[in-house]
Every structure is written in C-alpha cells, then in structure tokens.
Design a protein around this ligand. Structure first.
Ligand code: ADP
Ligand code: ZN
Length: 826
C-alpha cells in the first residue's frame, strides 16, 4: 500500500521522557508492529535500537520526523503484556520508558553506534548474496570489525543498515551477540600466576619489584585480591575479563604475561543453560503430611486469590513444595517463573530443579554473561534451536522476560531486600512488580519464606494475600538451640579469645571434635571497619565520600565501600603524624585470619562479595564446604540465602549488635530475619543444631524475641511502632534525592522544592535532610521524603510531585542538580 504514510512512536534506551516519532519507510510498513525493534538515529547522528510502542497514520504536527533506519525483527521482541508492564513501571516508579527498556532487554539485544559487526567465522558461501550484500560483506571483511556507526560511512548507495540486516539473517555477519541461535561452547580466557609465583615469598619479592610499575602492581594486587595470597597455585582461575575492565589494562596484562609473571589459560566452556542432557531425572519426592496439607491449602486458596504467602520454617521443605507446584503447572503447559534474591547463590536451587525438570529449566542471572541472557530471552520467543524453557529461575530482572503463558510466579525468600533495585532507575521492587505481571497473565503468585516481610504478613492478615504455613522442619529435626554469649561480661572477665566468647570457643571446639562443620556469621566484609589514630582520634575517610575507609588485609589497602576508591594504609596519622594507629571493629577477613590462629590446622573458607565476585568463585567455595573440604565457613549475609548443608551443627553470630543499631526503621525486622536465616543453616538433617549469638546487650528486646523464636511478638511490637510513626505498611513513602557538588546550591534547591511540596502536601513532607552518608563520590546528597496515607490516591500524589520537580530545571542555578525519585524506597 504505497501512498499511506505510517509513523512509529518509539522508546529510546535513554533517560528521556516519553516516546519519539519516526517515519516508517514504505518497505518496512508490512513487517513492523508494536514491540518491534528498529534502528534509529538520535541526537548527534548516534544510532540506537528503539522499541516501537505504537503506530499511527497521523503525521506529527510541527516537525518533519526522521525515518527509521532499519527494522531488526520479523516478529516483535516485546509483546503487548511486556509493553503494558513497562507502562505501569514508568507511571508507578516515576521513571522513563528508556530506563525500563534498558532493564528489560539484555544489551546484546540493543545494538548501538559502537556495536561491532564482523563476518561470521563459519560463513563461506557467498552464492546467495546479491551484489550489494557482497560489497558490504567485503567492506566488513577488509576491516575485520566495523561498528554500526562506521557502517553508515561506507558510501554504499543503498541504506547499509538494510543490507546489514539481510546479511545477519543469512548468517553471513554477526552483530554483537544478538544473532546467536544456540549456546555452543565458547572459549573463555582465564589468568593465573605463573608457577614461579606460587610461594608467598616469591610473591612478596614480586610486589617489591613492581613498586616502580604502579599499573602492573595494581593488576597483580587485583588478582591477589581475588585469589588470596595463601596458595595462588591452587587458587581458582580468574576470568580475564574481570581484570581488563579498566582502560589500558589489557596492555598491562600482556606485559605481565610476557614477563612470565602471569599466564593465560583458554578453556572451552558451556554456558549455564546448556549441557544438561543425559543425566536421568528424578521424580518429585513424596510429601509428608504437613507438606501436603500446605500444598493443598495453597492450591485451594489460588482458586480465589492471586497471591499466597507460604510461611515455612527453614528446612521445612518449601523448595520441595515448589517442585510439586511447578510440576503440576508445566504439565498443564504453563510457564513458571522462580524468582530468587539478587545475591542468592543459585547453584543449589538450580541443581535441585534440574534434577527434576532437566533441560526445561532456563536460568537468568545477572552474574551470567550478556549472551547467556540474550539466549534465554530468545529461547522464550522460540528463536533458538532448543525447546522453550517451561521454568525460568531468575533474579529480579527476569520479570521482564517475554513469557507467553505464565501460570505461576514463585518468589523465594520474599523478605529479601535485594528484590528492590535502588540504582539505576527503574527503582522497582520485583516482588511488587511480579504481582502486576502475574495479573496480566492471570497467573498466581507464591511468596515463600521462613521470616515473612512485615508487609507481606500484613497483607496476609488483611486478606489481601492467602496464607499457608509449614511449622515443622522436615524429618522433625528440632529447631536449633539458641545460646546467648555476653561479650561485655567476657571482656570484663578477660575471657575473650580474639573475637570469640568462651561459649563460642567451646562450641567450635566441640563441633570440630565431632567432625562437624561450623558457620560463622559477620555481616561486614573486609578486615577492620576503620582505622583510628591513638593520639588525635583521626579516622581516615574516603576523599570522595563521607565514610571511613575499611582495611582489607589481602590488598593491604583501605577501601571505600561506597565508591570503591582505595589507598594505602598511612604509615603515620595524616592529621598529627603520630605513628600509632589502631584498627577498630572487625570484618570477615579478620575472623578468617584469627580463627586460623586460635584453632591450629583447621580449614577455613570465606564467602562474601570479595571472594564471590564471580558466580564460579562462590560455587567453588560452597562446593568445598559441601564436600567437607572446609571445617569452618565464615561469611556475610550471603550465607543466609537458602543454603542447605548436611553436616553443619553450629552457627555462630559474632556481633548481633551492629545490625540492631543500623539507622533504618526496618533494622529490627532485618536483624530478626538475618539471624533466623543463618541460624536455619544449623542442624538441617541429622541432629539438632546450635546457634551461639554474641552480643553486648543480651537484654535487648529484639535479642529476646530472637531467643524465644517469637516472630509474632516482634511483629506486633513493630507494627504498633510503625503505625505510630507513619511507616510502611501504614503509609507509603517516596524518597527524592538531590545531588550536587556545592552544598549551598543543594541547600537552596532542596529548600525551594520542600517549600513548594509543603504548599501541596503540608505535613506529609519530611526534610530536606542529609542521609547518614552525606557525600558520595564528591556529590553531596540531600533527601526529601513524602509520606502518603494508604487511603489517598498514590497516583495523584505522584503527579503533583512530578509537577513540582519538573519546575526545578527552569531555575538557572538549579539546572545542574541531579534528582532521583525512589518510590517505596525501603
Ligand atoms: P526449605 O526450602 O524450607 O528450607 P528444603 O526444601 O530445602 O526446605 O528441605 C530441607 C531438606 O529436606 C532438603 O534436603 C530436602 O531435600 C529434604 N526434604 C524436604 N521434603 C522432603 C520430602 N518430602 N522427601 C524427602 N526429602 C525431603
Ligand atoms: Zn568513596
């Protein structure tokens, strides 16, 4: 149909509001539809992948739109329900459509100007190419690699992007990763120390020698930070890409390899979503009566309710129950989304699901490569060689996948705060967004946990959610015995050995004698929290942020946990030049050191974000512990995430107090959850476990609630307080953060905004105030909080807020203020 002009409103992957109109060239009008990906140019001739949101035949008024450069797909990559979810997010979380698009599509699906085009290695058949295609192919082959942007300059008389698309379809060239149809093995490069440098002594000499080559030193230290100095010979191989992130790093690496300090090892590897064939599948276990009652109750409630909260103590068999539910649904041809918290160690869960469902399980995790994510995305669209996955195990961003017939969303460890994304936008909560997604599919939602979030429990009590419980551990192992150890008293009596109370010392000794394993929990990584000068009290702080630096022994440096900045430990106090500096507080690294001194010969592992930078790193540590190659595992909250170890009889919480005193209205709720969760790792199968909690304040009400396992008591207590002070779930909160390098400008802007907000929202406005960390990466931060009654219209509140904030850049002085909005920030 020539003559009829078509226009597309497209979403650009940028933080710009609204959509942009482009003309659809006649040749593309047939194949384009909402959800199609197109290439467009925007701004300074940059090329972006955009997603068509709507089509219309009415030309825009007032300007002549540019034309779409190329249509990337024959079928839409984003379906109606996904676009609907995007729209909901834009409005609810007050972000731009581009923010949501970037969170939704793996970067391999969003080629841009810089994206690389190369000739496919396997392609040798040019017979079916026309002359333009052959010409372009030659251009690309000549240059080895061309970016999309440069392709525009090739001078071929036809639109090179259209020709490129044909070449991609014929398998002749590859554009980024987005054309891969199967997960074939890929070659991954790893770096390790050369054999000469496996002894600690040799390493020290090396470090001294490199003192004059700071770049090389930095790289060697980075590598040591991952492998540890203990025995670099048997340390895990470190993926090359983890080391070459920085500019110029690849060159430095080459030099170090040439010098014979480091070695590169290339290995063929299967991605996490392949290589599952062959092993026999097992049937779901037969549920015991408590479990099957819970299952029946859940399925009954699903007839009338969208969401059910499953409150089952740790080790009660929740995961087995999920297996049964999943089995039922996929037999009906439905899809299941199994959501896990971001930092969860998915390995064990994936294994368990694969034992039953085999290759029907796809995994979507932010720790895997982008091409792995592209693969899962395309699989769900039916664009890969294998069968479509029926079960997706994923972290929060998995809610954006193109499900066609979702029947159930399981939100495991629903209380976990990592379901909420804080930065960048969209600042969404996956638990809440998954419920919206489920609504569009008429799917059910199961929220499972041993320690419900107070919101979810509140929802269950108010009949918004259904409720089911499993009050007993599987196999009726009794819940662990909880023992309090008073740090204050032991310190006074000089009974502390390093950071261990007599109770914990005795507990560890006994467990080790019995050949059992021990987990020690300290929710802080690094060596010491901060360093302080004995003479003047000076505490070294980050140059860029308002926080003290944490000492890490492995790197020998002080590190900022907010921006990653690090610097050497000063030989003398930078403030008064005295030389006596003391380390205060302790992190996982220090415990790892000290326990090895106290208990000679024990084998210790550590699990925190430092040792588990890659999925491989954490898998290895967990496997070693599972296989009994370690006696003690020390870790941060990473330990609390649904791990199931057979032989752990003792869990030690080294410092319960630091969690309780965290400045957040949720601190008590979180402490209870964390301590109960880690405690749940003790005595899961055979015999009753023990938990020793070290505290300065054994009479603290929350410690009492924990000891008595009195979740209900804490809940009632906290709900009263939240109602009194107007916190969720009684009120909703929106947090607006303002950032600027100059405090006075920040003050001016926030005063202005809060005044305008008060005129509308009166006493619902709190602030402006500085958050606990008032400066991050050289930007001062100030916040204003809006508290809105549950009954009031949230939508109207958001609209009014937006009007005020939109006015700010109109003021010349405040133009450069950065504003970010966080809806339901906690
Ligand atoms: P949760 O998810 O509640 O922490 P799990 O599902 O991990 O509990 O169960 C704890 C342990 O008990 C696991 O090792 C699991 O395999 C085992 N288990 C649970 N239910 C059954 C069952 N019905 N039959 C056999 N083993 C079970
Ligand atoms: Zn910093």
């Amino acid at each position: 149909m020539t003559g009829v002009k078509l226009f597309a409103q497209v979403i650009l992957p940028l933080a710009v509001e609204g959509t942009f109109t482009y003309g659809v060239p006649d040749g593309l009008a047939e194949g384009i539809s909402p959800g199609s990906r197109v290439l467009v140019s925007f701004g300074k001739k940059r090329i972006y992948t955009a997603v068509v949101n709507a089509l219309s035949s009415d030309p825009p008024t007032g300007f002549k739109p540019k034309s779409i450069l190329s249509l990337l797909d024959d079928q839409p990559m984003v379906d109606k329900r996904q676009l609907q979810l995007w729209e909901w997010m834009v409005s609810y979380y007050m972000c731009t459509p581009g923010d949501v698009m970037r969170a939704s599509l793996p970067s391999g699906l969003r080629p841009e100007s810089e994206s690389k085009v190369r000739v496919s290695a396997s392609y040798d058949d040019t017979k079916d190419l026309d002359s333009y295609e052959r010409l372009l192919l030659e251009v690309i082959r000549d240059q080895g690699e061309v970016t999309l942007g440069d392709l525009q300059l090739t001078g071929i008389s036809r639109n090179p992007l259209t020709i490129l698309k044909q070449l991609v379809e014929k398998g002749a060239v590859e554009l980024n990763e987005f054309v891969r149809t199967s997960v074939s093995p890929r070659v991954v490069s790893y770096i390790k120390f050369a054999d000469n440098y496996h002894k600690e002594e040799a390493l020290h000499q090396l470090l001294d020698k490199l003192a004059r080559a700071p770049k090389q030193l930095e790289m060697v230290e980075a590598l040591l930070g991952i492998t540890g100095t203990e025995d670099p010979g048997s340390a895990p191989l470190v993926p090359r890409k983890d080391l070459v992130g920085k500019k110029g790093a690849a060159g430095v690496l080459t030099v170090l390899i040439k010098k014979g300090v480091l070695e590169q090892v290339d290995m063929e590897e299967m991605g996490p979503n392949s290589g599952q064939q062959g092993s026999a599948l097992r049937e779901p276990f037969i549920l015991n009566s408590v479990q099957s009652d819970a299952l029946k109750s859940i399925t009954d409630q699903f007839k009338k309710r969208q969401a059910v909260l499953l409150h089952g103590v740790t080790s009660s068999g929740k995961t087995e129950l999920y297996v049964h539910l999943i089995d039922e649904l996929i037999k009906k041809g439905k899809q299941v989304l199994y959501l896990l918290p971001e930092i969860a160690l998915t390995t064990q869960i994936i294994q368990r699901m694969r034992q039953v469902f085999g290759s029907r399980v796809g995994v979507y995790h932010s720790r895997y490569t982008d091409s792995e994510r592209v693969h899962v995305y395309r699989n769900l669209l039916g664009l890969t060689d294998e069968e479509k996955y029926d079960v997706i195990i994923g972290v929060r961003s998995a809610i954006f996948l193109p499900f066609t017939d979702l029947g159930l969303v399981i939100i495991d460890e629903e209380h976990e705060t990592t379901f909420k994304q804080h930065d960048p936008a969209p600042r969404y909560h996956a638990r809440d967004s998954a419920q919206v997604l489920a609504l569009y599919h008429d799917a059910r939602v199961l929220l499972g946990t041993a320690t419900p979030s107070f919101e979810s429990l509140f929802n269950a009590r108010n009949n918004k959610f259904g409720y089911a419980s499993i009050p007993l551990r599987f196999g009726s192992v009794e819940p662990p015995e909880i023992i309090l150890a008073n740090i204050k008293q032991a310190t006074k009596r000089k009974q502390m050995v390093s950071h261990f109370t007599p109770e914990l010392m005795k507990g560890i000794t006994e467990a080790l004698e019995m050949g059992e394993q021990v987990i020690l929990f300290q929710n802080r990584r690094g060596y010491s929290n901060y360093i302080v000068c004995n003479d003047c009290g000076h505490i070294p702080k980050c140059r860029l942020c308002d926080v003290s630096l944490t000492y890490h022994r492995i790197s020998g440096k002080m590190e900022c946990h907010y921006c990653g900045h690090h610097e050497p430990v000063p030989g003398a106090c930078p403030s008064c030049a005295a030389t006596r500096m003391t380390m205060k507080g302790f992190g996982t690294e220090k415990i790892e050191d000290e326990i090895a001194l106290v208990f000679e010969g024990i084998r210790v592992g550590r699990l925190d974000t430092d040792t588990a930078r890659s999925a491989r790193g954490s898998e290895r540590i967990i496997r070693n512990f599972e296989e009994g190659k370690l006696d003690v595992l020390i870790g941060t909250q990473m330990l609390s995430k649904g791990l199931d170890f057979e032989n752990v009889s003792l869990v030690g919480v080294l410092d319960a107090d630091s969690m309780l005193h965290f400045p957040d209205f949720r601190a008590f709720e979180r402490s209870f959850q964390l301590i109960s969760q880690v405690s749940g790792r003790a005595g899961r199968r055979k015999k009753r476990g023990r938990v020793i909690i070290q505290t300065m304040d054994p009479d603290h009400p929350v410690i009492r609630f924990i000891c008595n396992g009195d979740f209900e008591g804490l809940y009632q207590d906290q709900m009263e307080e939240r109602q009194l002070f107007g916190y969720p779930p009684y009120k909703r909160m929106i947090r607006i953060s303002f950032r600027h390098k100059i405090p006075s400008i920040l003050d001016g802007a926030t005063d202005l905004v809060s005044k305008e907000l008060r005129a509308i929202f009166s006493s619902r406005v709190y602030g402006p105030q500085y958050p606990p960390v008032r400066k991050v990466q050289n930007y001062f931060v100030k916040q204003v909080i809006l508290k809105i009654e549950k009954e009031a219209s949230y939508e109207r509140a958001r609209k009014l807020l937006k009007e005020v904030l939109d006015g700010l850049p109109g003021n010349e002085v405040y133009k450069s203020i950065r504003v970010s909005i966080d809806v339901d920030p906690f």
